[in-house]
Design a protein around this ligand. Sequence first.
Ligand SMILES: [Zn+2]
Ligand SMILES: [Zn+2]
Ligand SMILES: [Zn+2]
Length: 766
Amino acid sequence: MAAVRGSAGAGAKGVSVIRREARVRGTVQGVGFRPFVYRLASSLGLSGLVRNTSSGVVVEVEGEEGAVSAFLEQMVASAPPLSHIASIDTRELAPAGREGFHIEESALGARPTALIPPDVALCEECGREIADRQDRRFGYPFTNCTNCGPRFSIVLGIPYDRPQTTMARFAMCADCAAEYRDPGNRRFHAEPIACPVCGPSLFLDGRPAADALARAATWLAQGRIVAVKGLGGYHLACDARNAGAVEELRSRKGRGQKPFAIMVRDLPEAHRVACLEDQAEQLLTCLESPVVILPARPDSGLAPGIAPRQSTVGVMLPYTPLHRLLLDRSPPALVMTSGNLAEEPIEHRDEEARLKLGPVADHFLSHNREIAVPCDDSVVRCAGGLVIPVRRARGLVPRAIPLGIEGPPVLAVGGYHKNTFCLLRGGEAILSQHIGDLDTAEVLDYFGRAVDHFGQLLQVRPEVVACDLHPGYLSTQYAQSLEGVRVIPVQHHHAHVVSVMAELGLSGPVIGVSYDGTGYGPDGTAWGGEILVADYRSFERAYHLLPVRLAGGEAAVRHPQRMALSHLRAAFSAGEAERIALRAMPDLSAVEVQVVMRQVERGLNSPLTSSMGRFFDAAGALLGATPRATYEGQPAMELESMAAAIAEAVPPYPYVVEGGLLDPRPGVRALAAELGQGVDRGLVAARFHETVAAFTIEACRRVHAEGGPGDVVLSGGVMQNARLVSRLIAGLGEAGLRPHVHREVPPNDGGLSLGQAVIAAARSES
Ligand SMILES: [Zn+2]
Ligand SMILES: [Zn+2]
Ligand SMILES: [Zn+2]
């Protein structure tokens, strides 16, 4: 919690009545902070005022010195649950002798730096009201209060007040207005306040419909696909236990085998579909209400098409009254997947949604509260006592990440996969919501608009723009197209490492283990299995995975068997590699194997890569994972699922760590031998994980022993692998090192922009 800074109250000695001003910064708008201050000041018999400003909240209190001190203490100690006080500056004012305490209208004009709060999941009290027949909000899908409801997704500008939101078009009824003005009411200054009389309403297939929820629920029970407009955009929903409906949705959406998230009616239903270990219940019910990826129950009854070839399932609870009311009437587990085609951004405008999702959805359940900023669901993984952030969006964006450094205003544009951008201003970083893969002009256009909107809301005009080293990324080209800014390219894996450091406030130097698919290396090869020694400004490559050929270039991502052939060829003679490949992957023909082998040997359209993600893919392919990956890292995820049954400690395969190289070839030979002997695949998969952990720990230990840092940060998409991360944390600790992992920012490329921004800020100081 923030310390109270300020003058020592000079001149107040001997005077019993004083007046003090407190300027509070942080997340203090739209979180019930002003009514809280009002009630606290009134209870202590103080007069004065509170108002939102563009930089936070200003409070003036006047009264007995003891009461004023008590006020300032309690303002920090018992601030509302959604608020976050970053700092308080106080100063002494001459007593004014005013009567009573007031909430003043917002001051406009100053440079707005106050933060807009993230959207918040339905609170218990509002949940009770919509279930209470006597309540005037019974069954009302847009019920909210100071403690819950839409925020970031409805904000058009700041300060955060109703006229600056998409609720501006709804004039409050007398009852709502009375609640809004009553300091004792839970809805006092709740900006999105609404009721059935005055607020937004439901539409079914474009027409107002009083029975919309019941009819949509019936269609879902009949196996239809319904597009549901929620908080941050449209979802596509269907009955998660209806295999036909799930398959139909998968094929209409062109989704491949990528897992669908599901929304379940309540916690007991969550227990029916998944194993809720450790913090899982707490994660499911927290204010951010993310999708939580959990071990699936074999007897869940869910359609197999929910998460093909995976042992996990992504579950969330209804987080808006609309979802709660729908799930009360519909089947108890619904697929609730982002309403988009393939990897396009989530649809949030009604007309566009009808156009794009029309061919996918049988029906549309929508409403007339506009979504100003689209925002996907946040995703975390809960496994083996770890909580791994996978996507940072609804509920978390635009919460600021405080940094240890100041610098010029920076925009970082991220990379390519799962892209986000990041703005730096006044010692904090604001990471955007998940945008998606930046691979079409359409997504790039959306990206540009999102950057502009953020810049406007936060009043940041970037002077420095950070981008990836890769010249071919659309994000890099976007950065280079901006005028009047200094563009600083940042190496991909350095950015991953610094993204952890920045999130945790580590200034370094650190040992950074950066394992992912691929990122552009300064030597022109594709990096991806990197152990760096890094600080904010620079890095040295201490170790990397033995480079092999990325057989057929990026096509190797979709055809993981090519990577298996490449790693086999690195470890064996041509003849032996072919023989092993044909036995392990019987769906390949001898001709296919020979073609790829020749390609690998000659390096034809097959650049060198040290990618750890592709190494996992290779092992997955050898163990029978999908030969046609429909999303990046699918074979690697399947490999982790295969190992899930092995709980006991297993020995690693042999490896060599020497001369800056992590050489896994002895392990590849041992793995191939075990496969040949028919050893259980789960066990082989577990030993593979153990091997990667072991050579990583050994390399870090050596870097440290040779005078390197003792802090080790883990990042990159491979660090979504809970089995690997658990083993690394334990083993690094045993080796006397201090391991660090992400808390809120994803280790995958969704966190890249944060690292880029901080590196650019540090470099631009010189
Ligand atoms: Zn509420
Ligand atoms: Zn009303
Ligand atoms: Zn990456």
